[in-house]
Design a protein around this ligand. Structure first.
Ligand SMILES: Cc1cc2nc3c(=O)[nH]c(=O)nc-3n(C[C@H](O)[C@H](O)[C@H](O)COP(=O)(O)O)c2cc1C
Length: 192
């Protein structure tokens, strides 16, 4: 167990979560029961008005997804070269498991901002749930998350949006740490 996967206590588990790199992930990924448990945990999230303004799309046929992603990319960029095309298809097939999270806002007096905050909380919960099950996760967006054809491919339609692609698997090599904020610089104490 490395220092980024200390599950001794719930607090240390949360304090040691960090992202894996999707391109470096290897098997095993979560089996269907583990993935179902992770999604269940992720969906236990603050949600003003009980609107459930989010949903998951588990992408199972990765090769078909890669081909559809490439078609969407080429329709906007027909002159894309081989390297660019390979990067697009590679995006879809990296990591053992891939889940898209859609922001799915509802007509409501609850502001869109609050619904989107709930989506972000769900996304982080999914990363934490993967960590808690002994996997690594990587939340990526990229062009595909902002492409209408890709949204439609996943069964989404405006005002839905793709909040991210969640690559989940096992880490092939030790994770590197990244700079973390200076807590004093981002924390103040209001005393009236
Ligand atoms: C909404 C969102 C989209 C992101 N998209 C990307 C991306 O497309 N490419 C990337 O390298 N990192 C992206 N990241 C950052 C990674 O998910 C991750 O936070 C970072 O690489 C490592 O930070 P961590 O170890 O604290 O998780 C995104 C993060 C968020 C919140």
């Amino acid at each position: 167990m490395d220092s980024f996967n200390d599950s001794a206590t719930p607090a240390s588990l949360m304090a040691t979560r960090r992202s894996g790199k999707a391109r470096d992930m290897i098997s095993p990924g979560p089996d269907s029961a583990q993935l179902a448990a992770m999604l269940h945990t992720a969906a236990r999230v603050p949600d003003h008005g009980k609107l459930f303004p989010w949903r998951f799309v588990v992408i199972e046929n990765r090769d078909a997804f890669a081909q559809s992603l490439l078609a969407a990319y080429l329709s906007g960029k027909p002159g894309a070269g081989r390297l660019e095309q390979d990067a697009v298809t590679q995006f879809a097939v990296q990591s053992p498991c891939l889940v898209a999270v859609l922001s799915s806002p509802k007509q409501s007096h609850i502001p869109l901002w609050e619904q989107e905050l709930s989506v972000g909380a769900l996304c982080q919960n999914l990363c934490l749930a993967a960590h808690a099950h002994g996997f690594v996760a990587n939340w990526l967006t990229g062009w595909a998350a902002y492409d209408e054809q890709v949204l439609a491919l996943l069964g989404g339609a405006a005002p839905e949006r793709i909040a991210g692609f969640f690559f989940i698997g096992s880490q092939a090599k030790p994770l590197e740490e990244r700079p973390r904020p200076d807590m004093a610089a981002i924390t103040s104490h209001w005393a009236g």
